[in-house]
Design a protein around this ligand. Structure first.
Ligand code: SF4
Length: 228
């Protein structure tokens, strides 16, 4: 687990370095993207639970139970499964997006209760213009490509783990026996509606971003960059 968590930290650092120098409208107190529809892997949830344990914030997980009956986005494919299908000749059907309208259960007084341990999806949701004015995030297309690649790497690092909606993954790992199963590589796909993670076999990088993506891949890990 230590190696996986170190890789996750490295991935977060690469994102920070990529965003460095970009003018962003995001700031503390703006929580327009903190919805019930965030997804993540078990590795990211594991880090959040470690953080809550260290900060005596495990009570927060009770908020998840109370919002668990709310409608929210449940992914049908992980990002690496999607990339593999896109690269093959498989027909890709448009995923039905059932989106919830509520806020993330970890948002308290317009601030993230797990900010330093927040998952990649939250870190990648940046905008150069205030989303509350436009209704959507405005993102440099290259940053979008980097976000996709980093999500692919997190899933790759977390092979043997699961992916799903933030609420479902955290509720799953909030059970001690599930945490133990995860630590010992014995999770069961399908539990809580979660999907099995896949290895990274093909990167989702459009031709115009291949060259600028090379240093990003190199900084992730020279061995992992071989995957390309
Ligand atoms: S985990 Fe934190 S940053 Fe992410 S959606 Fe929830 S409140 Fe917002």
């Amino acid at each position: 687990m230590d190696e996986k968590l170190a890789a996750l930290t490295q991935i977060y650092r690469v994102l920070e370095n990529t965003l460095d120098g970009h003018l962003l409208a995001c700031h503390r107190g703006c929580a327009a993207c903190c919805t019930l529809n965030v997804t993540m892997t078990t590795l990211e949830a594991y880090q959040i639970i470690n953080y809550l344990n260290q900060t005596e914030g495990m009570d927060l997980l009770e908020r998840l139970s109370s919002s668990s009956d709310k409608s929210r986005f449940i992914p049908e494919l992980t990002i690496n499964a999607l990339a593999r299908r896109c690269a093959g000749s498989d027909e890709i059907s448009e995923e039905e997006h059932t989106l919830g309208r509520g806020v993330c259960p970890l948002l308290i007084d317009d601030a993230c209760a797990v900010y330093t341990a927040r998952p990649l999806a939250c870190r990648t949701m940046v905008s150069s213009r205030d989303c509350r004015m436009t209704g959507y995030a405005t993102m440099d297309p290259f940053i979008l490509s980097v976000n996709n690649v980093l999500m692919q790497f997190v899933e790759h690092v977390d092979q043997g783990g699961l992916t799903g909606n933030l609420t479902d993954v955290l509720l799953y790992l909030s059970e001690k026996e599930n945490r133990h199963a995860y630590e010992t590589g014995a999770v069961i796909p399908g539990a809580n509606g979660l999907l099995a993670n896949h290895a990274l076999t093909v990167l989702m990088v459009p031709p115009e971003h291949r060259q600028p993506m090379a240093p990003v891949l190199k900084s992730l890990n020279p061995a992992m960059a071989e995957i390309t």
